[in-house]
Design a protein around this ligand. Structure first.
Ligand code: NOJ
Length: 754
C-alpha cells in the first residue's frame, strides 16, 4: 500500500512527544512529575519580598573558592544563587550559613558538581552503562552517586547527558548513552530517577540536570563546541526525545548546550527554550547555562558584547548564568533600559526558587556532619562491579577460548592492565585512586599470583617508546595465553578531547602484532571512552572484550568475565566502525536511492577501469559499508536462538496496537543473558524514513535449555514521526518489524497501518 494515497494521521505536538519511549518492555516507568502548584504560594511570597538585585543574585552561579571573604560577602548580599565545585561539607555548611543566616532573605544556595558516573564509587562511564541495556543498573548507580555526593552537600549534579551521539570522533560520546534516541530516553529517565529518588526533598538526593539542550551531539565533524545543522523535524525525532522523556519523568533542571543550531546559539533560542520546552512540554524546572556559555555568544558571533548576550539569554529563558558573569553585570541595567522586563526576571527567579523548595533546602540546608562522607559502602562496590560486568561487550571468542581455565599461566600485559586512574574514564573529579581495583590486581586474586606473569610493555596508551615492549613479549612467551589490556587513557575522551584517528594510540598496534607473533592465544580487553576502529585488534586477537572505562570495580568485573564466573551480557550502544573516517556512523540511517550492493574494494579494481565499473552504489572503496560490529551487538559464552516473530495482527488502525512476540531459547550450556531488541522500518514516508529504528528492548536471563517468549506491545503512535511542517504523524502504509539480538540480524515480519 502506498501511504501517500492516504491521509496522514496528525497528532498534537504534545501527544506526539508522548509516543517516545513507550514500547520498551523494560523501560522504567516515569517517576511522578513534581506537583506543579505545590510551592507556588511560597515562591510568590518570597518573590514579592525580593529586590531586583536579590532576584538577579539568584540567577548567578559561581564556582567555589572556599570561604574566601569576598565570596562570603557576595553570598551575604544575596548576589549568589548557586555554587558549583565545593565538596568539603564544612565549607558547604559555612557558605550555606552565610546565605541562610546572614543574608536578608535567608535563601539557601544550591551546591552543584559534575557527578557524572559516580562520586567516589565510580561506575562505568555512561556509554558503558548504556552497554548494559539495563535501566535498573543505571538507576542504582545514580542513586549511589546521589547518596555519596549529597553526604558532602552536593545537591545538584550536571547529569545525565542525553545527547544522542553518532560521531565517535566527538570525545563527549563517552558521557552519552550512545547513538539511539530510544535507548538514551529509557536510560536517561532511569538516571534521573536514581538521582532524584521518590522525593527530591530528602537530603540524600540530587537534582538531575539533563544536558545539553540540545543538539550538541551533532557537533559538526565530531569536533567539540562546533556548530550544528539540524532541521527541526529531525531535531524532534532524534535529539529532543530523550529530553522530553526526562522532563516527563520530573527532571528538576536542564542545561543549555554550547552549540548553535542552524546559526542560533541555544542560549538565545526562545523557540527551543520557551515555545518547545515550556509551552509545548509544560516543564517548569530550572534551565542553567553551560559554563560561561552566555558569554560565549560573543566569540560565536551572535552577541557584540556581554550585555547583549545577557539580554538574549534572559529573554530566551536561561534561568541561571553558570560562571559567565553576564547576568550579575548587566541584567539590572537591561531592566532599567526596558530591554528585559522585570516580569521576565521574575519568571527566571521563580524557576530557581521552585527548585530550591523542591530540594527541601529551605527546611534542611545543612550537611549532617556526623553522617557525612558516606563513601564506598560494600553494597555500592558490589553494584559498581555488577554494572561493570554488564557493561562489557564480548565481540569475538574464537574456539571458545574464553572463559580461561584456572590452570593456565596467563601473561597480563598492555598499558591499561594496572591503570588505577585511567580505568575510571573521563569526568571523575573526586577519584580516590587507591579504591580502584585494576585488572592485574583482580587477575592475581582470581587465578593466584603464581599463574600471572605481568609486564605492561607500554606504560600508558599513547606511549610510543618501545623500549619495554620486547621484555613484555618475552614474558608473554612463557605463558599459555596472553591478556592484552589496551585502549585509550581517560583523557583521550570526554569534553574537548576529540580524535580523528580512532585506532589504538601510541605503540599498541605494534605491540599487539608482536604478541600475536608469539603464537600464543591472545585475548584483548579494549578499555576505551568511545567506539574505536579495531581492525588490528580483531585480526590479532582470538577473543575481544570491549569495555568502556569501567570504574572502581573494573578489575574484578573483568576477572569475573575472563574466568567465566560471570557470563558477558553487554551489547553495543553504538556501532563500531570499519574505518575512522566513516563517522558519523549509526544504524538508523536512511537507505539512499542506491544502497550498497556488490561492494568492490580498492585493490580489486582493474587498471583503467571505467567510471561506473564499481556499480555506482553507496559504499567506500576502502571500507565497504556499515559497521564492523553493529549497534546492539554482543556475544555470550552461551548461545541463543531467536524464533520467528509472531504478530497479533498484520494490520492496525491509526490508534491501534499490536503485539510482537518471539520465543528465545538458550541453546548453549551456560546460564546467560541476551537483549531482545525490537526494530521497525516504515517503508515509505512523506519524508524518507530510516532503515531501522529501535522501539523497545528487554534483557532476559535464561538457564541452559530454557525458552522464554518476549512480547512487545507496539502502538501505531509509536510509529509517528515529524513532517516538514513539524507536525507529528502516523502515516498509513507498510512496515517491517524485527525482534533480534542486534540491529543487523533477524528476519523481518511485515505489517500495515490502515
Ligand atoms: C562544561 C560542560 O559542557 C558541562 O557538561 C559541565 O556540566 C559544565 N562544564 C560544568 O562543569
Amino acid at each position: 500500500m502506498n501511504k501517500k494515497l492516504f491521509p496522514a494521521i496528525a497528532f498534537g505536538l504534545l501527544g506526539a512527544l508522548l509516543a517516545v519511549g513507550a514500547v520498551s518492555a523494560c523501560s522504567s516507568s516515569a517517576a511522578e512529575a513534581p506537583d506543579k502548584s505545590r510551592y507556588d504560594v511560597q515562591v510568590e511570597e518570597l518573590l514579592a519580598k525580593m529586590t531586583l538585585d536579590e532576584k538577579i543574585g539568584q540567577l548567578n552561579q559561581l564556582t567555589g573558592v572556599g570561604c574566601a571573604p569576598d565570596r562570603l560577602e557576595e553570598i551575604r548580599n544575596g548576589a549568589v544563587g548557586s555554587i558549583l565545585n565545593e565538596i568539603d561539607p564544612d565549607t558547604v555548611n559555612a557558605l550555606q550559613r552565610e546565605a541562610v543566616e546572614n543574608s536578608r532573605l535567608g535563601i539557601p544556595l544550591i551546591i552543584a558538581r559534575d557527578v557524572i558516573h559516580g562520586f567516589k564509587t565510580i561506575f562505568p562511564i555512561p556509554l558503558g552503562q548504556a552497554a548494559t541495556w539495563n535501566p535498573a543498573i543505571v538507576e542504582e548507580g545514580a542513586r549511589i552517586a546521589a547518596d555519596e555526593a549529597s553526604s558532602v552537600g552536593v545537591r545538584w549534579t550536571f547529569s545525565p547527558m542525553v545527547d544522542v551521539s553518532r560521531d565517535a570522533r566527538w570525545g563527549r560520546i563517552a558521557e552519552s548513552f550512545g547513538e539511539d534516541p530510544h535507548l538514551a530516553s529509557v536510560l536517561g529517565v532511569a538516571m534521573v530517577k536514581g538521582y532524584q529518588g521518590e522525593d527530591l526533598a530528602k537530603p540524600n538526593t540530587m537534582a538531575a540536570c539533563v544536558k545539553h539542550f540540545v543538539g550538541y551531539g551533532a557537533s559538526e565533524a565530531g569536533k567539540d563546541y562546533n556548530t550544528t545543522w539540524i532541521p527541526e523535524p529531525h531535531l524532534r525525532d532524534v535529539y529532543l526525545p530523550p529530553f522530553k522523556a526526562c522532563a516527563d519523568a520530573g527532571a528538576a533542571t536542564f542545561m543549555c548546550s554550547f552549540n548553535d543550531i542552524n546559526g542560533m546559539p541555544t542560549n538565545a533560542d526562545r523557540h527551543l527554550l520557551r515555545d518547545i520546552l515550556r509551552d509545548e512540554w509544560g516543564w517548569d524546572g530550572l534551565m542553567c547555562s553551560d559554563w560561561s556559555s552566555i558569554q560565549q555568544m560573543i566569540p560565536q558571533g551572535y552577541s557584540p558584547d556581554l550585555k547583549h548576550a545577557a539580554e538574549a539569554a534572559a529573554n530566551a529563558g536561561v534561568d541561571m548564568d553558570m560562571q559567565g558573569f553576564a547576568y550579575i553585570a548587566h541584567l539590572k541595567e537591561l531592566v532599567q533600559e526596558g530591554k528585559v522586563s522585570e516580569k521576565t526576571i521574575d519568571g527566571l527567579v521563580r524557576n530557581v526558587l521552585r527548585t530550591k523548595f523542591r530540594l527541601g533546602l529551605f527546611d534542611n540546608p545543612y550537611v549532617d556532619i556526623p553522617t557525612s562522607r558516606r563513601f564506598f559502602a560494600p553494597a555500592s562496590l558490589e553494584a559498581a562491579r555488577k554494572a561493570a560486568e554488564e557493561s562489557a561487550v564480548l565481540l569475538k571468542n574464537a574456539n571458545s577460548i574464553l572463559p580461561l581455565r584456572d590452570n593456565l599461566k596467563i601473561a597480563v600485559t598492555g598499558p591499561l592492565m594496572d591503570a588505577k586512574h585511567d580505568q575510571n574514564g573521563t569526568w571523575v573529579f573526586d577519584l580516590e585512586k587507591d579504591s580502584t581495583v585494576t585488572v592485574l590486581e583482580a587477575m592475581r586474586e582470581m587465578y593466584g599470583p603464581d599463574r600471572i606473569i605481568a609486564a605492561p610493555g607500554l606504560s600508558f596508551s599513547r606511549e610510543k617508546n618501545p623500549a619495554a615492549v620486547a621484555a613484555a613479549v618475552a614474558k608473554a612467551r612463557q605463558a599459555d595465553v596472553i591478556l592484552f589490556v589496551c585502549g585509550e587513557e581517560a583523557v583521550l575522551s570526554g569534553e574537548a578531547h576529540c580524535r580523528t584517528d580512532l585506532t589504538l594510540p601510541g605503540g599498541q598496534k605494534d605491540m599487539l602484532r608482536q604478541l600475536r607473533a608469539t603464537g600464543k592465544p591472545v585475548v584483548s580487553v579494549v578499555m576505551t571512552g568511545r567506539p574505536m576502529e579495531i581492525n588490528d585488534i580483531v585480526e590479532n586477537s582470538d577473543a575481544i572484550l570491549y569495555v568502556f572505562h569501567p570504574g572502581t570495580m573494573g578489575g574484578p568485573a573483568i576477572a569475573n568475565l575472563i574466568s567465566g564466573k560471570v557470563n558477558p551480557s553487554g551489547h553495543l550502544p553504538v556501532c563500531l566502525p570499519r574505518a575512522s573516517a566513516q563517522q558519523p556512523l549509526y544504524y538508523s540511517h536512511k537507505n539512499t536511492g542506491r544502497p550498497a550492493e556488490g561492494i568492490t574494494y580498492i585493490d580489486d579494481i582493474p587498471l583503467e577501469a571505467g567510471q561506473t565499473s564499481t556499480g555506482c552504489t553507496s559504499f567506500y572503496l576502502d571500507a565497504g559499508d556499515g559497521a564492523l560490529y553493529p549497534f546492539g551487538f554482543g556475544l555470550s559464552y552461551t548461545d541463543f536462538s531467536y524464533g520467528p516473530v509472531v504478530l497479533s495482527a498484520d494490520r492496525m488502525g491509526a490508534d491501534g496496537t499490536l503485539t510482537a512476540s518471539c520465543e528465545i531459547e538458550n541453546t548453549g550450556k551456560l546460564k546467560g543473558a541476551t537483549v531482545a531488541q525490537l526494530y521497525v522500518r516504515d517503508l515509505v514516508g512523506t519524508l524518507c524514513r530510516p532503515v531501522k529504528e529501535l522501539k523497545g528492548f528487554e534483557k532476559i536471563t535464561l538457564e541452559p535449555g530454557e525458552k522464554r517468549t518476549v512480547t512487545f506491545t507496539l502502538r501505531a503512535s509509536d510509529l509517528a514521526y515529524h513532517l516538514a511542517d513539524n507536525t507529528l504523524a502516523v502515516e498509513p502504509g507498510d512496515f517491517r518489524l524485527w525482534i533480534a539480538p542486534d540491529s543487523a540480524s533477524g528476519d523481518p515480519k511485515e505489517f500495515a497501518v490502515d
